[in-house]
Design a protein around this ligand. Structure first.
Ligand code: UDX
Length: 434
């Protein structure tokens, strides 16, 4: 493989993981961000996000001089052969993606274009963004320097992002020219992966459609779970049976309090917005969203049904992050659950192994605890929100002895119901009759 000079614009989750992993497989990478304090922290070796293994990978590659950080696109682009756009595309009030940062980056790229480059969108963007970025670069590209626009969506899951990058199911390259396609394939040559080369718009849609499909899958099993509870069946066993069919597969059929995070909810919303914009009401997506929101309310209702009156009761929330192995609390079900519990007059104590520093600035009126034992002390209910591995090894006898009421409402079906009941707990899972 011939090492390439790569510039990654945006030092968020996607940008940092992409930059560090590309350096890790031998390329020379500069990661750029306009947040100067973030760049200076990165230069001092401080990594702003929690992602297992990322610190180490960044430090190793900085030492090898294959990875560096810059505060300006001009500096980052100096020797770049490939530029990745990995800036945020946050949701707006109407559900569409805010593409302000992308447009501004496109103008900066144009202003600094001196020789041919491949410009690759990495952030999740609505279909046709590539066309708009290309038009914008052309508009401000005074010297008419040649470039190629490519869509190369990321499929990184928080918590396993590095592994997802290094061992991908597929690498999607949406390109218009053979030259750009070859450069992108060269970039990923060290990875053993299936490549799918498409046009730019199809590549953009693959990302939105994939995440929306995963969201639909989760809402589907959560709806199945609601029926299971009414008829005396168990959604986990139903999912096992369904999953044995290779056309369906077992993954993303875990019933619980639903999906959160910065990708699935946002991408589902943005894809629905696009469908409406082009004149199609994608009802399936609307339904998946409604089911997901209702699932959180249903979890609180389960706690309420068990305790009758929530006012004055103490609920111990285990887990705040939207899933284990991340400190990310964006669109985390926990946020909604806390608000609902507080609205009903409950007192909330919470513990999360890594997400508490972030949660403290967002979640108000919650008592943050130093560990799970501290959280359940005096609580009327243990509400399991995030299935962190360390919660699986808790001494449940000890937990029970300090609770006011031995009640568990398990939003992730993490506990073994029989074992937990044998210890004397009242237990309620999701999608399970009892
Ligand atoms: C997702 C996609 O999986 C990834 O490919 C994409 O690039 C980014 O978005 P991520 O947001 O990191 O990744 O989390 P993911 O592992 O997909 O989980 C999303 C949410 O769904 C979590 O809240 C999780 O708890 C929930 N979930 C997942 C379920 O409720 N049930 C399941 O069966 C699976």
């Amino acid at each position: 493989m011939k090492p390439q000079n790569v510039c990654v614009i945006g030092c968020g989750y996607v940008g940092l993981v992409t930059g560090a992993c590309l350096a890790g497989i031998g390329h020379n990478v500069i990661c750029v961000d306009n947040d100067i304090s973030k760049v200076s922290a990165l230069k001092k070796g401080r990594i702003p996000i929690y992602e297992p293994g990322l610190d180490q990978l960044i430090h190793t590659n900085v030492k090898k001089k294959r990875l560096s950080f810059a505060g300006s696109i001009a500096e980052g682009m100096k020797n770049a052969e490939v530029i990745f756009i990995a800036v945020g595309t946050p949701p707006t009030d109407d559900g569409s993606a805010d593409l302000t940062f992308i447009e501004s980056v496109a103008r900066d790229i144009a202003a600094n274009l001196k020789k041919y480059v491949v410009v690759a969108e990495k952030s999740t963007v609505p279909v046709e963004t590539g066309d708009n970025v290309e038009k914008t670069i052309n508009r401000y590209n005074k010297n008419n320097v040649a470039f190629d626009m490519v869509s190369n969506p990321e499929f990184l899951r928080e918590g396993t992002a590095m592994d997802d990058f290094l061992h991908p199911d597929r690498i999607v390259i949406g390109a218009k020219s053979k030259k750009a396609e070859k450069i992108m394939m060269g970039l990923y040559a060290p990875l053993k992966a299936k490549f799918l080369v498409t046009d730019v718009k199809s590549a953009e849609l693959i990302k939105h459609a994939s995440n929306s499909f995963l969201a639909v899958k989760i809402s589907f099993i959560n709806s199945v779970g609601r029926v299971c509870e009414q008829v005396g069946a168990d959604a986990t066993r139903v999912a096992e049976g369904m999953g044995l069919d290779p056309r369906i597969g077992r993954s993303f059929l875990h019933s619980g309090i639903g999906f959160g995070g910065f990708c699935l909810p946002k991408d589902l919303e943005a894809f629905y917005y696009i469908s409406r914009k082009v004149g199609y009401d994608f009802q399936l997506l609307r339904g998946a969203k409604e089911v997901n929101e209702d699932q959180r309310a249903y979890f609180v209702k389960k706690i309420e049904d068990a305790l009758w009156i929530l006012k004055g009761k103490t609920i111990a929330l285990l887990g705040i992050a939207f899933k284990p192995n991340t400190d990310d609390i964006r669109f985390a079900p926990a946020l909604d659950i806390v608000t609902r519990l507080q609205a009903k007059g409950a007192r909330v104590k919470a513990y999360d192994p890594v997400a508490m520093p972030r949660a403290k600035s967002v979640v108000k009126g919650v008592t943050f605890c130093k560990n799970a034992y501290d959280a359940v002390n005096g609580a009327d209910c243990l509400a399991l929100v995030t299935e962190w591995p360390e919660f699986k090894t808790l001494n449940m006898k000890k937990m029970k002895s300090s609770m006011s009421h031995a009640l568990i409402v398990d939003g992730r079906n993490m506990f073994d119901p029989d074992a937990i009941r044998a210890l004397g707990f009242e237990y309620h899972g999701m999608g399970k009759a009892r």
